[in-house]
Design a protein around this ligand. Sequence first.
Ligand code: ATP
Length: 362
Amino acid sequence: MDIINIYDNSDKLYYIGGVVRDKLLGVKSFDVDITYVGNAIEYCSKFGEVIQENPDFGTVRVNVGGREVDFASTRSEIYEKKGHLPVVTKIGCSLKEDVMRRDFTVNALAMSVSTGEIVDYTGGQKDLKDKILRVLHDESFIDDPTRIIRALKFRVRFGFDLEEHTRYLQEKYLSDINYDMSYKRVKKELMETFNLNSQRAFEIFIQEGIYKLVSPEKFELPKVNIEELIKKYPVEHTWLVYIGLLPDLLRLEFTKEERKIVEDFRAIGDLKTDFEIYKAFDGLAVESILLYGISKDMNAAIRYLDILRYIKISVTGEDLKALGLKPSPKYQEIFDYILQAKLQNPQMTYEDEISLVKNYKN
Ligand code: ATP
């Protein structure tokens, strides 16, 4: 936090939001948000180091001693369309007005860059001490339901609880959800929350009915501890091993890869033999296999991930050609024939496989 040495001694610069919360909690921040009370673009242009600016939001990126830092103007907003991005009503408002557009009291703290003084308009310091999340007004979840998921994220990340009235407001909203909302933002928050790989987050998500924001159909908590499972079988898209279980995900805009992960596991039916398991899972993302395991047959998933996936046949198309077989769909039949044998006897050598091919041919 060396901004002040590079800029002037402005008493209008404040660290704001998560960075102040994290500082008071003594944990590392993901990013540093700085707000200028007034118009940050005008303020920063004095220094002639502006890299990028967004006048609609009053934000500006500047070069501070070789480091890129984002400055925001204080701004007030209203939610013209509930559940969607708010509309900026004033750039350069008071610090208090800026703070009042935020999600929870613990995220509504500001700290003067020049003096380190904490500005607390909403009782955030006490809530931080008491480890509770409290919204700033009764319409908060109606304005922006992603805050319910953000609360879940902070509950799990910091071990916080919902303040009683905030809990009531959450329940009330979840019993009457307005599905016309920005699912892009919902997805972002879900990813951040479930990439924490927390079984507790998933339990709260199901038990409190937060999942209904994305998937209205009733859903029961699976018996499997997904957190433990992912620790044993790490994946790239951790969040999807949780969220992919929900029955109705059409609202979330999946990428092609994400959609494939979910569609692949859903397309697989009962698997009885090792050969069936192998053929079903071969080439699939581990995420899909875990989703299948959690929702349908864990023994099959574990058997594949622990043992079967390491079994590979050695015979290639070149070998078949050298044995006088013309390339045809029969090649696949032969590979499957060898695979079936090898799954029963993984010790088979290349020579064993070749003699199997010869038998098959004859
Ligand atoms: P993290 O450590 O996860 O980044 P953060 O609190 O810094 O936590 P950001 O998403 O970076 O989270 O948001 C920065 C600040 O912006 C928050 O602390 C909060 O004051 C405000 N904010 C973010 N999202 C919302 C929202 N949906 N509604 C109201 N205020 C929000």
